[in-house]
Design a protein around this ligand. Structure first.
Ligand code: NAD
Length: 490
């Protein structure tokens, strides 16, 4: 049986590629150094990956530069066929990939399976979108000439991804980059490198030529990425990660005026109005809060519930959270796996402790399980006071803090009390109110009577300190292009 045919977690994943992927070849780091990869469910080392140096980063740019002209000149249909094949292979390999993601990230298998489907969809969507990169033609208002606009590949793209969606954050960037005709270098998170290398294998099998996609892993992200951003051949940075690191990279990218797309942190409000369908709101809350164990930029971070339904909502949410089975991510019965590492778990625990010290009450959860693995129970907090850190910081864990509000104006004001603006959730049966509130909330995305916004076909992204630019949809393709304007007359 091929390695992709293994049943659940029987594979030890020692055979997954773990060297740098440059110019279509697997090679060790020039330093010979390696970085361990951990299983957050057990704290065991799974394997190690090559630890790229500044020289390796340059070699990856050399490879991307060498392939750039040919790839930009490849027919859009040919590029689309390759992406479509990558979608197919990823789908065929979905169970194996889900186990791999669960093993290195810790997420429960149903979440990992959902991620693989979502991730593969970016290849399919951009296969379809890549043959529809239409330009524009118009007559200048003066009547003197025509304005022709053509979308050209922006150039070599540096793609940096976080650990929380190791497959989807990579394909959300590689799909549009390749469809637009760009070559790229992917630098995945140090915590979850194996999924990125597995995707490189899939792309190679799908027919992506050598040098078009390169993957390097390093625990020296600062110097390696800084050197790459100072190489004039790199023209695009597409980053997904924390606002803190995003800010550093925007400064780095400023020196060469590199085009930047930044998908950063969030602090999503979840508003429940008195007139909401409470059962639907609970179902939505469970998805918005607990998808990926709360380790999502889109995770509902603050629950604002109108006073008339506060008790009913809090009791029902606590009941559902209490019933969640916590355990090893790749155990089929698990619904909540561990957090990514000890510092993430400690951060979640300290946010809960801080809220409780300020007067919040724990309805369920509130404990970090002892023993091996970075577990934290699904937790609901009520009476969370305004100054609690948990309302201002990204929790990135399975904790739902609930706060009461009195009227629509207060609800909107509370929702906007953050420097972030990625997504907001609104539950109300009154569509006019839903749309009115949607317009007033400062965020790039709104889920109205829904617990999920992520969709390969939609423009995903934030306002304020949640980022710049959009990924997914047609907008995501344009991020990897430059509009070339030709003035002419005939
Ligand atoms: P992070 O910012 O710590 O790391 C993201 C990536 O940047 C990783 O690959 C990391 O190795 C790299 N990195 C870290 N320091 C760097 C440096 N100095 N120079 C260059 N690269 C560096 O984020 P994380 O902990 O991996 O992910 C969680 C964060 O990502 C959360 O804030 C979450 O909200 C955000 N996120 C946002 C979206 C979105 O679409 N808006 C999606 C997923 C995650």
């Amino acid at each position: 049986m091929s390695k992709y045919g293994h049943a659940l977690a029987r594979s030890n994943f020692k055979d997954v590629r773990n060297d740098l992927f440059i110019r279509g070849e697997w090679r060790p780091s020039t330093s010979g150094m390696r970085v361990d990869v951990y299983d957050p469910s057990t704290e065991d080392v799974i394997t190690s990956v090559a630890n790229a140096t500044v020289e390796d980063g340059t070699a990856a740019i050399d490879a991307a530069a060498g392939a750039a002209k040919i790839w930009a000149g490849t027919a859009p249909r040919r590029r689309a066929d390759i992406l479509m094949r990558a979608h197919q292979i990823m789908t065929e390999r979905s169970e194996w990939l889900a186990e791999l993601i669960s093993r290195e990230n810790g997420k429960a298998l149903p979440d990992a399976r959902g991620e693989v489907t979502y991730a593969a969809e970016f290849f399919r969507w951009y296969a379809e979108e890549g043959v529809r990169l239409n330009g524009e033609i118009s007559t200048s208002p003066s009547g003197n000439n025509r304005i022709i606009v053509q979308y050209q590949p922006v150039g070599i793209a540096l793609l940096i991804t976080p650990w929380n969606f190791p497959a989807a954050m990579a394909t959300r960037k590689i799909g549009p980059a390749l469809a637009a005709g760009c070559t790229c270098i992917l630098k995945p998170a140090t915590e979850t490198p194996l999924t990125a290398y597995a995707i490189a294998e899939i792309l190679t099998e799908a027919g992506v030529p050598a040098g078009v996609v390169n993957v390097i892993t390093t625990n020296k992200s600062g110097p390696v990425i800084s050197a790459m951003l100072h190489d004039p051949r790199v023209r695009k940075l597409s980053f997904t990660g924390s606002t803190e690191v995003g800010r550093i990279l925007l400064r780095e990218a400023a020196d060469q005026i590199i085009s930047c797309s930044m998908e950063l942190g969030g602090n999503a409000p979840f508003l429940v109005f008195d007139d909401a369908d409470i059962d639907a709101a609970i179902d939505g809350a469970m998805i918005a809060k607990m998808r990926n164990g709360g380790e999502a930029c889109t995770a509902a971070n603050r629950f604002y519930v109108q006073r008339g339904v506060l008790e009913a909502f809090s009791a029902k949410l606590a009941e559902r959270m209490k019933a969640i089975k916590v355990g090893v991510g790749y155990d089929p019965s698990t619904r909540l796996g561990p957090l990514i590492n000890a510092s993430s778990r400690n951060k979640v625990a300290s946010l809960v402790d801080n809220a409780v010290a300020r007067g919040a009450r724990i309805v369920t959860g509130g404990t970090a399980s002892g023993g091996k693995g970075f577990f934290y129970d699904a937790t609901v907090l009520v009476d969370v006071p305004a100054g609690a850190d948990i309302l201002n910081e990204e929790i990135f864990g399975p904790v739902a803090p609930i706060v009461a509000f009195d009227n629509e104006e207060d609800g909107v004001a509370l929702a906007n009390q953050t420097e972030y603006g990625l997504v907001a959730y609104i539950y109300t049966k009154d569509l006019a109110r839903g749309l009115r509130v949607s317009e007033q909330i400062e965020s790039g995305m709104i889920a109205l009577n829904r617990g999920l916004v992520s969709d390969a076909a939609a423009p995903f992204g934030g306002v304020k300190q949640s980022g710049l630019g959009r990924e997914g949809g047609h907008h995501g393709l344009l991020e990897f292009t430059e509009a070339k304007y030709i003035a002419t007359a005939w």
